[in-house]
Design a protein around this ligand. Sequence first.
Ligand code: ADP
Ligand code: MG
Length: 572
Amino acid sequence: MTRIRILERSVAVRIAAGEVVERPASVVKELVENALDAGARTVTVDVEGAGLRLIRVSDDGGGIAAEDVALAFQRFATSKITRLEDLDSVRSYGFRGEALPSIAAVAHVTLTTRVPDAPVAVRAVVVGGSVQSVEPHGAPPGTTVEVRHLFHTTPARLKFLKSPAREQALIAEAVLNAALAAPHVAFRLAFDGRTPAVWPRTSLADRAAGALGARDAAEVIEVQAALPGGLARGWLQHPQYHRPSRTAQHVFVNGRPVHHATLRRAVEQGFAQLLPVGRFPAFVLFLDVDPALVDVNVHPRKLEVRFRDDGRLFGVVAGAVRRALLTSPLIRQITPGVVPAAPASAAGPLPEPAPVELPPGLPALELAAREAAGAYPRLAEPRLPTLRPVGQVLGTYIVAEGPDGLYLVDQHAAHERVLFERLRAARVRGGVASQVLAMPLPVDVTPGELSLIAGYRDQLAQLGYDVEPFGTGTALLRAVPAVAPDGRCDDLLRRAIAALAGEGAGEDPLDRLAIATACHVAIRAGDRLTHEAMATLLADLAAAEDPYTCFHGRPTIVAVPRAQLERWFLRT
Ligand code: ADP
Ligand code: MG
């Protein structure tokens, strides 16, 4: 039988090191955080060979007293907490006293340090986790840690690393996160002696805008919200700069970068319908909360945190983001040098029904006007400037003049938005007005569709549909929402059923039903509009609660500001 034994210290340390030092970027993160904890004003990071040859982090912080240097490489040696209770109020990055010993267990480390009042620095050389020497050395106040031959003793670890380019990207992300958390500190990061990336000391707002790649303040929307026991501050990039992945989402809790799915989803929820399907917002979110309300000691790399009340937090953050977005001007601007991101091709083209010839006078708009009779809620302030229609191009886009330039409106997307909000408002008020068909219309349906109709009869009624099963393969449609134009009612019902079956945008079946209805009923690309119809649509859009996108996240309106026109025509 194999006997139980306590592992030799060097083996145990190396095993534990794996938790802290997963890859070169984790070394960078730990060393940079130590520099910040030491009160550095400037942090310089040099990396060679994607961090495997050299990682050097220099700071001008408080340094380590010569007599403590060897101690810093002992496990659980820390200057940051002394008692377990201190964890409830910890504000420093470090507190576990694990980083230096863990790094030293898997690399060659030299640490050069000088406290401000010491006449000379000392340099410690650490090999295989044990301090070989501590000797006087010429260096300015502060600390420089050099990590060479990372993972040379643990080849298994090397196999799990990604490509050098990917590891470099992760290092850059670690430094960016530190830079975001500490805008009052200057950072430099250089790979293989090339020109460094530089973050000069600045305000948090500036750092955040820089991290998002924003070119000017108008691209970034600030959000603030009071939390139970704290405050959330965020900078959201304008929805037009959506991204294919979540890499431009940075979440910090008490200055610590964390992975927190609930918080990310809360922000994304705030962006709902403002982004095309499959695209992600870019943002920086800082939560400052009473340390007693969060647990940061969930994970050795401290990437996770737990909150006392996740659900409440979600609601507050999502709501604040939504309000901030909907109260800022969200019209896409064609501005010098900025090309709005294209919607994801993965989402595919939207199903656009074939254009149909409509008699002049636009039944869809007139009926909509009749149904609403001005009764749907209007915001006190219209969200768009007053727009005067100039004309229509390609039968699809309304050209309009505003006080400050030219506007283009996608007539279908805009009308979808208007109708959707109107249906939603009517539903909330107690039901959407119906239009009884002159003759009940039999529509062929499958047995599955029939059971959906039976199951969702109330919801259908709320949206103005009166439909009932009629035999085994037929449904009888008696009334449709009053906004529907005459004709094509069987198509309308089929789309409504498909929406109930789960097709299309929207989580809630009633929302999906409203969306499908609005989409079907809205004027189409290719429909010719009278001047009056255009004016009505623009006014209705301006009164919408969220006039900037249709519910598929496509823009309804694009602006070409006066400054851009002047630039094009060389008038400036
Ligand atoms: P922790 O940060 O959790 O305390 P570390 O192993 O990262 O543990 O560091 C151990 C100790 O070494 C720290 O508590 C601190 O006192 C000291 N130290 C490490 N890096 C620096 C630095 N750059 N400047 C000053 N002191 C440092
Ligand atoms: Mg540390």
